[in-house]
Design a protein around this ligand. Sequence first.
Ligand SMILES: C[S@@+](CC[C@H](N)C(=O)[O-])C[C@H]1O[C@@H](n2cnc3c(N)ncnc32)[C@H](O)[C@@H]1O
Length: 419
Amino acid sequence: MNYISSLDNLRVALKRHVLNQTHLTSTHVLQVAIVGLGSGPDYAQILTGINSESRTINPSEIASIASLSMDVVIIGPDVDPSAVQIIAAENVLSADGILIVASNATPQASPAQPHVTDVWQSPFGSSFETITTFRLGTTMAECPTDLTLALATPVQNSFPPDVPEEVEHGAGTLDCYEFLVDLHKHIEPRFYTEIGVEYGASLKLAQCPALGIDPAPQLSVPIAAQHLISYTTSDDYFRLADTSTMKAIDLCYIDGMHQIEFALKDFMNMERFCHAGSVVIVDDIYPAHPLQGERIRQSRYWTGDIWKIIPILQLHRPDLIVMPVDTDPTGSLMVLGLDPNNNVLWDHFDSIIDHAINTMTEVPESIIERTEKFDPQARLMKKIFKLIRKHRGKPSMAGALDDIRTLINKPKLRKARSR
Ligand SMILES: C[S@@+](CC[C@H](N)C(=O)[O-])C[C@H]1O[C@@H](n2cnc3c(N)ncnc32)[C@H](O)[C@@H]1O
């Protein structure tokens, strides 16, 4: 199992309670002990980029660590969080040290009465682990959560030189921005969101209030007064930032980190703010060459393994209308019939991602060939946009969504219309 969600939970705990404590992070090398039995997640990997020294130890080895020497002790989900274990961890923590326990059981408070500063249950299944943060000192600063890029997965901007020429091309019948223009024109969203702003080219198409999320945008166009940008990763936005500026989403564009676990979480988080008449577009679902579809970037045209979201949604969310659209250069997935109360992806997140990363390793021919594609200029599209616009906000979208399901099975309508 990949434990993607457990690594995410630890990131959240470190950002909320450790990285904002400047006395711990700025003056010396952060000393971290990770207690596990070897079957839990490899937490050390997420300390990359933090000025830290970490050691991973077995529970029985904790006694060999000098007392008061650790800034952070992390107890993994494969260790029983008994009172004895908690006391042993407290003994090695410095006076202002922080103990983070990820477990499937509530950790037992010790007689030393450390301060439980935070307890939450992971929103991701199937483990839904509980994360408890203790601290020994009482004098720690209440600093705002660190939403900087510390601990963020690096954005992959570089790729090897001399990529063979045949790799570097797109495909598709309509530029992806023109498809977005069509959507804005016909759907007339009242609130638009996007993950991945970069130069602002897609954000500027929105004529309505909008929210863009990007940790490192490089804006080259002015941003409209009604458009907000949150300078965070999407994960941090949804788990750590104030989401009160978020309204019901009519149109959403997901174009951030090009790896399946990020794209799926982006979809799941955005769906929570959607309604039955929302439209979600996921960019980069069609690599035009297998190298473009690799998880680690190897070419200028890079879709990463976002293509996996098509079979994932088709298998796990048959209630959704999932339409891969033949846009240029790397395809767009249009998803309709959103349901903010559906928990299936949340309940099975870790196993879905484990399967996607470890089993779905080759880009299938059907993805490269775009065998399921819908033409963005087909008459069908305009009919769908009209139905969405007309029925959005009515007590039920069920009839309109059924009509769309019928329409997409009519081959004649899938042909391109003249523009
Ligand atoms: C392909 S660009 C977006 C292009 C833009 N949507 C457009 O069409 O004009 C991808 C952007 O995603 C951002 N990004 C990378 N990782 C991210 C993450 N974890 N959360 C949010 N944005 C991320 C990058 O900083 C980059 O600006």
